[in-house]
Design a protein around this ligand. Sequence first.
Ligand SMILES: *Cc1c(COP(=O)(O)O)cnc(C)c1O
Length: 382
Amino acid sequence: MTTSLTTGPQARDAGALLTIDLGALCDNWRLLRGRIGGAECAAVIKADAYGIGLEPAMAALRDAGCRTFFVAHLSEAVRARTVDAAAAIYVLNGFLPDTGPVYARFNLRPILGSLPEIDEWAAFAEREPSAPPPALHVDTGMNRLGLSLEEARALSARGLPNALRPGLLMSHFAGAEDPADPITTRQVRRFEEVTRLFPGIPASLLNSSGHFLESAPAHALSRPGYALYGGNPVPGRPNPMKPVVRLEAKVLQLRTAEAGEGVGYNGRRTADGRRRLAVLSIGYADGYPRPASATDAKIAADLPAGEAIVAGRRCPFMGTVSMDLIIIDVTHVPEDEVRRGDTAILIGDGLDVDEVGQRAGTIGYEILTGLGRRHSRRYVNG
Ligand SMILES: *Cc1c(COP(=O)(O)O)cnc(C)c1O
């Protein structure tokens, strides 16, 4: 394992350690690229590359051969431009008034998803011949961003404004991770119509899960995000992706709670016997969600709660997740295998981001994008 970069506090001074495997990130990109025939595989690096760090993630993917990147905000696109002077960089959240000069100056591509955006960009591109090619976004069933099918048909019938010259035509899946959801087939069919409405423009439909659908064509370009970062694009089936993120927190104290005593704020979890506890230096201020708390009420209702791994053993959370601390039950870990200053694993060794999300009542995407700023971050390769 070669260390390429450390950011944030140094490991000695930090409560928790985040290790990000850029080699695994690139392997994941190559695996996805291998699933789309000869189409181009882009990378979605919005939200600080799903929490792992936009600049290191983009630089690694660029070196692996990725040429096209998607971010959500214009400010993220400006950051991305400093990493790669040549890449195609698209802004998913679209074109806001008065931002044209920033797009032109940094050669960034807006994704236009409404008629006002299209009109404004066309007017801007008319005045500014160096304006980069935008993408056209058509909604095929999500009701989020994008032209409606009716608007797309009308636009196609009257012809695109001359100055527009789109470089990409796209739509986005609403539920591709669930192969049983009929919306996906409908979206694929509607997008086929969209590509016929605007012939000759390279098209893009697939998100991470889309790469694993039997019946969705790859078109010219795919746009994976989550799977690049180790998230499972096929929930319920074995995860084909390599883990990218490992999160460990330091054990601050070991202590004992007697039977019947409450643990943590408001004593929400009762020790059901003599319990040995470890107190970990991580909490919700570090992006670890408070809904992963383990309370008597949740355990009685058989609801999932957080877990950590100590010396290879799963250890349940005890009580509420506090701002800077999490208490876990280490009664079943041999005494000499957990000491003050050791680390417990919060993400890694089979406790993957999807499971952490599920145990916290959310999704792995939110776990990744919430990864805290107080961790000592180490970027490794392999
Ligand atoms: C976030 C996003 C993606 C990537 O989705 P994943 O599920 O993370 O692969 C692709 N396209 C659009 C429009 C997005 O907003």
